[in-house]
Design a protein around this ligand. Structure first.
Ligand SMILES: C[S@@+](CC[C@H](N)C(=O)[O-])C[C@H]1O[C@@H](n2cnc3c(N)ncnc32)[C@H](O)[C@@H]1O
Length: 352
């Protein structure tokens, strides 16, 4: 039996529990979840014959609702306020890690721990280095997960299969001149789905992009900043500064009907608020007909059955593309800047 803690946005615990159980079962790892509503994490108890098998069988990037994860090593209860370091060091004798992260749930209660976490990091790191528990060349991260002041869970993640961001949250600064806060969703999506060493070829100045449901222009802003030419489709009003760049053409048309005249569009982005399967069908059809090479879109999720709703939308995409000779990738993520929605990336790899 191995226990894992998986982080998610508060309110999405059931969705993450459903997902991890289903995905793990496909890999013959069976288990059950313990969770409380709005606690911002899920505990997955897995019947593994080899501790850490989950990390070998499943990529964090393939999970939609999970931001970060670790395997539980030990839970320390009733810690005395004066000396929390000694019991932690004792519990970790014989283990090695390359670095330490002090974690807490992304909730209001969790945030109360922030100050303590910052203060505690340095003295604990020093104590762990002294005992050679922290060593630079190790490949594992030590997680100290604080749920309350007297309960600390110690855990481990593997650097090659974990989020590089603290708590799995990619924080971004809102650009003051952007027309809407949702600009951060597309910025985060590009950072998440396009690896740094491929940005130069896949996010190039001069590329053509289409933004469906573009107004007031938060997503178009990101495309313009990258030097692209954008067809912005929406009946609403576009931000004037964006229009003045000369890189944007605004078409007051229905995003479900609009199609580019030439097949010279690289990026399709879509933030229209519509039924997820309807958006999924539209995206798959664009890709199938070669009207774009890559698409990033939001699926707005209903309050209930969110994981199932994503599965239904992905099935629609797979069904459509099965009729075409296209090799493609399809990935979804509940990004930090997403709320009742997930972001999906669909990309043509090759056409036969
Ligand atoms: C969430 S807002 C988009 C925000 C935008 N991504 C931004 O960053 O500023 C959704 C937009 O989709 C537009 N929309 C909804 N249905 C549409 C349709 N069928 N065709 C075109 N636009 C549509 C709405 O007018 C609205 O402006």
């Amino acid at each position: 039996m191995a226990n894992y803690i998986l982080y998610c946005r508060a309110g999405f615990e059931k969705d993450l529990a459903g997902e991890i159980q289903a995905v793990a079962a496909e890999k013959q790892i069976f288990g059950y979840c313990k969770l409380n509503a709005n606690q911002g994490f899920v505990e997955f108890n897995a019947t593994e014959h080899e501790p850490g098998l989950l990390f070998k069988q499943i990529k964090l990037d393939s999970l939609i609702f999970c931001r970060q994860w670790f395997r539980v090593l030990e839970v320390l209860n009733d810690l005395a306020e004066g000396d929390r370091i000694t019991p932690i060091v004792e519990a970790l004798q014989g283990e090695t890690f390359s670095d330490l992260t002090i974690d807490y749930p992304d909730t209001n209660e969790g945030k109360e721990v922030t100050k303590f976490a910052k203060k505690f990091h340095l003295p604990l790191s020093k104590a762990l280095e002294k005992k050679r528990i922290l060593q630079r060349n190790a490949k594992r991260t030590l997680h100290l997960f604080i749920q309350s002041s007297d309960t600390i869970t110690l855990g481990v993640s593997v650097k090659s299969n974990a989020s590089p961001h603290h708590l799995g949250i990619h924080r971004l600064r809102f650009p003051k001149d952007a027309p809407s806060r949702s600009t951060l969703k597309l910025e985060e999506a590009f950072l998440h789905f396009v690896p740094a060493d491929e940005r130069e070829t896949r996010l190039m100045p001069g590329m053509n992009a289409v933004d469906l449901g573009a107004c007031p222009g938060g997503w178009t802003y990101q495309l313009v900043k990258l030097g692209m030419f954008v067809a912005a489709i929406d009946n609403g009003t576009m931000n004037e500064d964006l229009m003045e760049t000369g890189q944007v053409k605004h078409f007051m048309e229905d995003g479900f009907v609009y199609r580019p005249k030439k097949q010279n569009v690289y990026w399709l982005v879509c933030d229209m608020v519509e039924k997820p399967t309807k958006v999924a069908r539209l995206m798959a059809n664009w890709l199938a007909r070669g009207d774009c090479q890559e698409a990033i879109f939001n699926l707005k999720l209903p309050m209930k059955q969110r994981y199932q709703s994503v599965q239904d939308s992905f099935a629609v995409i797979r069904d459509i593309l099965a009729d075409y000779d296209i090799r493609y990738t399809l990935q979804g993520k509940h990004l930090y800047h997403d709320r009742e929605e997930i972001t999906v990336h669909l990309r043509t790899i090759a056409r036969y």
